[in-house]
Design a protein around this ligand. Structure first.
Ligand SMILES: [Zn+2]
Length: 247
């Protein structure tokens, strides 16, 4: 970290000189250096007492400083947020905020799917992020992993509906994806075939030789979306049936 002073200009108050710690790694070329430091800017008021001795708390204050790498000459922003205060609420320190310029990834997966498989949603989102970065090989492998969590967690969900048999749940967790598919979805014959085809394409994404070269990761993604919608519908149907059965 490079500790330095920077001038911060505010929209509604006089500029201040602020002590800040700036990472020395350039986010563009990845090399360490001491960047050129230009002005900082903020819309947020800072912590101060006005002439009537009223305290104005700047606890949510953020500012950014324009920086330039001295090696590749690219510009970037150092972002800071007030993160340490004394007992009177006065700001003691500003923490550096790591910023990613990749926009958030949105997906078409219904929200209630994450209620039965939080890991599926997380891994699926990471797969979409890999694709956004151009990591197409990792994308397919991530989809295959997300599929395994969706299948197993859905099998566990169905198992819990019938009985809370912990031995059965442990066996689902330990089984291979193929075993879980062949032994758990008899009452959902369409699911079985969709799960089966998704697992075949998923395996192609992780193995040296493709058994189904005409299908790719995009097809796997389409299958996963259909499956997630089916899982979502089943969860809603089960809730509706339980409501009727309990009354
Ligand atoms: Zn650089």
């Amino acid at each position: 970290m490079l500790i330095t002073d920077a001038k911060i200009e505010f929209s509604d108050q006089p500029a201040i000189i602020q002590h800040v710690s700036i990472p020395e790694k350039c986010p563009h070329c990845g090399k360490n250096m001491s960047p050129r430091i230009y002005s900082g800017f903020s819309e947020d008021s800072y912590d101060y007492w006005d002439k009537n001795h009223n305290h104005h708390n700047g606890t949510k204050q953020k500012f950014c400083i324009v920086l330039q790498c001295v090696l590749c000459n690219s510009f970037y922003l150092g972002n800071f947020k007030a993160d340490q205060f004394d007992s009177y609420g006065k700001i003691l320190n500003y923490g550096y905020i790591e910023v990613s310029y990749i926009p958030p990834i949105s997906n078409d997966i219904p929200e209630n799917v994450s209620e039965i498989s939080e890991r599926f949603s997380g891994i699926y989102n990471q797969s979409l992020k890999a694709k956004e970065y151009g990591l197409t090989e990792i994308y397919g492998m991530g989809l295959r992993k997300s599929l395994e969590f969706l299948v197993k967690d859905f099998a566990i969900y169905l198992s819990k509906l019938n009985s809370d048999d912990s031995a059965k749940i442990d066996s689902i967790k330990a089984q291979s994806l193929g075993q879980v598919i062949s032994s758990n979805f008899r009452e959902f014959s369409n699911f079985s075939k969709l799960f089966q085809s998704a697992s075949w394409i998923g395996n192609d994404e992780t193995h040296y030789v493709r058994k189904h070269p005409e299908k790719d990761a995009e097809f796997l993604n389409s299958l996963i979306k259909v499956l997630a919608n089916n899982v979502s519908n089943t969860v809603i149907e089960q809730e509706a049936m339980k409501l009727v059965d309990d009354n």
